[in-house]
Design a protein around this ligand. Structure first.
Ligand SMILES: C[S@@+](CC[C@H](N)C(=O)[O-])C[C@H]1O[C@@H](n2cnc3c(N)ncnc32)[C@H](O)[C@@H]1O
Length: 225
């Protein structure tokens, strides 16, 4: 393991905005579940999650744009989200945190109606058939999100994967979800869509990477009923 990675792991242990529960903490009743606003953010503002946040560009970027909302980046790779956590601390941002966990356990960390919105940014598309259940928009994941999203809660999916975009759109339409916005090329779409405000303002590491390879970037915004 690289020296830098070890240093980031060590710093994550002391950064006040990094939470690294064990699997047991999750399964036995996580202390902040239902209490993120009161005991962590110490305000009554909406909570927005970014699942598979990587380096946390979206969480930090949105937190700067919307100081009246709280953002939590979720990823299993702490050495990646260290970048976002460090930037937030260095900029005295109190409305952004990072939670290290498998997304499969995410419903153990948040109580019913605790979360207002979810961003899923450039997730692994999990194209192989036997990986279907690992897609972050698979019905099993959507059912997990339903457990803690407020009624009418919003999910955003931003991806370079035409496959995942099509899979998700097809499933949502078939299952009767309300699709608020769907674009198969957000930078090619000339028209102004009020539902996609700020969509082009923040680019994650993977978005930059895929865009530089000529991939088009897609977007879906839908409501969990
Ligand atoms: C392709 S990267 C995208 C990272 C970032 N959103 C971006 O756009 O740059 C996918 C991220 O999801 C995380 N991830 C994938 N599956 C996960 C899971 N089941 N639980 C937690 N994190 C996961 C990976 O660790 C990785 O950081």
């Amino acid at each position: 393991m690289g020296k830098n990675k070890l240093a980031r792991f060590a710093e994550n242990k002391i950064l006040p905005n990094v939470i690294q529960p064990t699997r047991e903490d999750a399964l036995e009743g996580f202390e902040l579940k239902g209490k993120w606003r009161d005991n962590f953010f110490k305000n009554d503002n909406p909570i927005v999650l970014e699942l598979g946040c990587g380096k946390g560009e979206y969480s930090v970027g949105l937190a700067k744009t919307f100081p009246e909302k709280n953002f939590i980046g979720v990823d299993i790779k702490g050495a990646r989200f260290w970048f976002g956590a460090k930037e937030a601390v260095d900029n005295n941002m109190n409305n952004v945190a990072f939670l290290r966990t498998q997304i499969e356990l995410v419903d153990y960390f948040f109580a019913e109606n605790e979360v207002d919105e979810i961003w899923i940014t450039f997730p692994d598309p999990q194209i192989k058939y036997k990986r279907t259940k690992h897609r972050l928009t698979h019905p099993d994941f959507l059912n997990r999100y339903k457990k803690f999203l407020k009624p009418g809660g919003i999910v955003h999916l931003k991806t370079d994967s035409e496959f995942l975009h099509g899979y998700t759109l097809g499933y949502l339409q078939g299952a009767g979800y309300e699709i608020i916005s769907a674009h198969h090329d957000i930078y090619g779409a000339p028209e102004y869509d009020p539902n996609t405000e700020h969509l082009r303002d923040i680019k994650t590491y993977y978005e930059e990477l895929f865009s530089s390879k000529g991939k088009t970037i897609t977007y879906i915004k839908f409501r969990i009923n």
